[in-house]
Design a binder for this molecule. Sequence first.
Ligand SMILES: [Zn+2]
Length: 68
Amino acid sequence: MSDSPSAPKKIVTCPQCKGDSVYAPRNPYRPFCSERCKNLDLGAWASESFRVAAPEQMEDDSPPQQLQ
Ligand SMILES: [Zn+2]
């Protein structure tokens, strides 16, 4: 248990690595913990839109079921 009123530190969860991230002006990558996590998140976002844009391939060459 620590109480240091002169240096309050806000710790948030890094959206990328789910680790501790210091949410303070000295962390320019907030809410990420580091530049690496920020870049990774941007990369994931970019590849996600890529995936959505890609055509979906469906394999459907099975004959329809016949009921008699
Ligand atoms: Zn992180």
